[in-house]
Structures are given as C-alpha cells and as structure tokens.
Design a protein around this ligand. Structure first.
Ligand SMILES: C[S@@+](CC[C@H](N)C(=O)[O-])C[C@H]1O[C@@H](n2cnc3c(N)ncnc32)[C@H](O)[C@@H]1O
Length: 245
C-alpha cells in the first residue's frame, strides 16, 4: 500500500482535529479550509443512502473499513447492535474516539485486515476505495473486506467515481463551487489545497472482475456530495457497489 497515502491521511487527521470536533468531518479539505459546514439534512440523507444500501437491522454488527474521523460510526450507531471502525491512520482514529469506544476502533490496513473470516453481519467502506489508483489493489481490497462478512451479509463500497460520467462530475462540482462562492464568500483555498488521489472506475472492468470471482453484486446511485437545496440527493456520476455474500 502506498505510504504516501498513509502519510497524507496521517497529517490530515492531525490538522483536521478541530474540524472533526466541530462536526465538519464530512467535508473535503477545501470545504474545511473555507469553514463550510454541511447541514444536518445533508448528513441525514447520506446516512439514509448507506442504511438503505445495506438494509441494516437493529441486531446487526457492522464494520466501517477506513472509518477516518468517525462520522459514519456516529451516524450509524443507532441503526445497529455494534459498529467497529478500522483505519490505518492513528491520527484519524484519535478523532474517531469521540464517537466510539476505544475497544471498537482498530488500527489496520485494507489488504490484510486483522479480523477473522465471517465476523461481521455487514461492512462498509465510504470515500476510501476511490483513493486506490491501482486496479489490482482495489480487487485485492474488495476480496479482503468481503472475507470478514458473514454469509447472507453485504459490503457497501461507496462514493466510487464512474469514469464514463466524469464530465457530469466536473459540471456538478463547478455548480457547487458557484453556489458556495455566493453563499460563503469563498477565498482562494479551494483551488490549491492538497487532495487525496481519486480513481475513475471503469464499470465494465469492475463488473468483469466480480463476475469472474462469482460475487453477487449491485451498482447503486450514490449520495450527492454536492447536495444542496434544489438538487437531487443521489447521482449517477458516483456509484455505491454492494457486494452480497
Ligand atoms: C477520505 S477518508 C474517508 C473517511 C471516512 N470513511 C469518511 O467518509 O469520512 C479515507 C480514509 O481511509 C483510510 N485509508 C486509506 N487507505 C487505507 C488502507 N489501505 N487501509 C486502511 N485505511 C485506509 C484513511 O486513513 C482515511 O481515514
């Protein structure tokens, strides 16, 4: 796994500490820098997209792989019996501590997850796999994550950018920036802040891999991270991949 990515999130976890405490934990780096806070309505819609995708039951156990500062741990706690967060960044896990008991936070790495086989009813990984530029690593990571899920369970891998719809994404981002510029009087910081790498996914290639591995799956529209009044809460330029065991 790229040590650069680990370093990036380790430093992000440290610098974003105040923002995580102020509950700005969902934001992209430039939104944090500009002081933009997502409204609760937006956070609730995003939570609902995940809850619907996994069809969560109150008795379920759930693992959040790449939990970061822990907003999902906080949001999904009321929907399940137990939720465990995993991340390879200690500073991110330190931020997540405010939402989750220490015993339910695990430091570990996708590709060699420190859980046994078939431990959790369901799993999710949101805003994580889009940072893995390498197809082989994505495939290995998916198989590794799926191993930890019990038979009959689901793994939701969220916010994957669809390569064939990247123009729609660029347009949506431009519109969102315009909206933010009007509303929040943006400075310049969103133009030059360091950002994690983003992979564009070839759906046919991904589908081919899943079919070869005989993994039952579903592609779902993903939550719109540029959601604001008057726009659709889900979009086709990002998708959630639901793997079924
Ligand atoms: C963009 S953040 C998303 C965090 C969280 N899921 C959210 O939606 O706010 C990506 C997270 O994945 C973690 N991560 C990236 N690669 C990882 C890997 N190979 N193993 C474990 N965690 C990883 C990072 O440390 C970071 O916290």
């Amino acid at each position: 796994m790229s040590t650069d990515l680990k370093k990036l999130f380790e430093s992000w976890g440290k610098t974003a500490k105040r923002e995580y405490v102020d509950q700005q934990w969902l934001l992209s780096k430039w939104e944090v820098v500009e002081g933009i806070v997502w409204p609760q309505e937006k956070i609730n819609l995003m939570t609902q997209t995940i809850v619907d995708g996994l069809q969560l039951q109150k008795s379920d156990s759930l693992v959040d792989i790449g939990c970061g500062g822990g907003w999902i741990l906080k949001q999904l706690k009321p929907y399940v019996n137990r939720i465990v967060g995993l991340d390879f960044s200690q500073s991110m896990l330190a931020n997540a501590r405010q939402f989750c008991p220490q015993d339910d936070l695990v430091c570990g790495e996708i590709g060699r997850l420190p859980f046994g086989d078939e431990v959790f009813d369901h799993g999710l990984s949101y805003f994580v796999f889009l940072n893995f530029l390498d197809d082989d690593f994505v495939e290995r990571g998916l198989l590794d994550a799926l191993k930890t899920i019990k038979k009959g369970g689901k793994l939701l891998v969220g916010q994957l950018p669809d390569k064939s719809k990247s123009k729609l994404y660029d347009h949506a981002k431009g519109e969102y920036l315009k909206y933010c510029e009007k509303r929040f009087r943006l400075g310049e910081s969103h133009r030059d802040v360091c950002r994690a790498p983003q992979k564009l996914f070839d759906l046919d290639k991904l589908r081919g891999f899943l079919e070869r591995e005989k993994i039952d799956h579903e592609f779902r529209r993903s939550f719109n991270p540029f959601f604001r009044p008057g726009v659709e809460p889900t979009v086709e330029w990002r998708f959630d991949l639901v793997l079924k065991k």
